[in-house]
Unconditional design. Sequence first.
Length: 385
Amino acid sequence: MRNTKRCTGKTKLIVPLVNLTAQYLNIKGEIDKAIKRVLNKGRFVLGEELSLFEEEFAGYCKAKYAVGVGSGTEALHLALVACGIKEGDKVITVPNTAVPTVCAINSAGAQPIFVDIDKDTYTIDPDKLESFLKKRRRLAKIKAIIPVHLYGHPADMGSISRIAHKYGLRVVEDSAQAQGAEYKGKKVGTFGDAGCFSFYPTKNLGAYGDAGIVITNNKKIADKLKMLRNYGEKKKYYNSIRGFNSRLDELQAAILRVKLQRLDHWNQIRRSHAEVYNDLLKNTPVVVPIEKKGTKHVFHLYVIKAKKADKLGKWLKKKGILAGKHYPIPIYGQKAYKYLGYKGKDFPITGNCIKHILSLPIFPELKREQIGHICCTINNFYKHC
């Protein structure tokens, strides 16, 4: 790829951040057939398609159980409740995650507590986690940890699991951006008490609407999740516990069954795209994402660190390239969470990373010539600067 045509920066090639239409058109026949199958059956909630998808997804992750729910946020919410998290408890996570992670903690009646991140992987720093817990041994209300496998790179689940066991904490993995990612040969989501996935349309495995799933190897948690998602019913009209309405519908399950067959292939293309980016950005001031030894990154997002990142993003947009920032405001900076009392100085690594990160387009249908164009445009930006 290094021997590409010379880039003058004069060509305007439109490159979206993601292209869901292109993906649909590639598998249109199978998707339309799956939707028609559901419509012809006339059952749209808690039917055969969901049962089959739960089996298939559990098998894919090598987990014993999978329970489909309404969204990734609800997956986290219900998993916390199923793990015994209740009103007034505290749950540790990271401040650079998407707001839905914290919405789920709040929905369970708990309070989020933040620990700073590793500067290279953007996931929770196990050393900081252990240091935090050592200083707060007597805070009995800390009940769980939500490690976030952000951007598709696994968190250090070996260290996190050891720390959680030492302090008697539940582990609920936020795997929303990491379908298919691996840590030491095992799929993420299988290390904690529960693993939670989002199938929001832009995810590596995306539905055509909201959808989510929880995987677990614990039968009691799986059984409780099945009740929680359906009003607390153990059987029809018999409500054993207080529950919710959060079910993955038959149409989405049928669509996800088609897409699951291609997930590994699509992830491999994403990894190949990342290699091309890494190669072409080698001689620029940009810091490319890493893949820690023993992990498999699935590049839900390709996140670079760059000088003048915000200006670079505007420059790319001007040239027809839609980059993004995931996420521009940390949780502690959001108006809704000011009540937690955190300051930016509490999380220096998070603050520094947010200042310099930028997400470049990455999706299976992205063309290599588009990647080349993006990298040339980035190079021209720094030449102008």
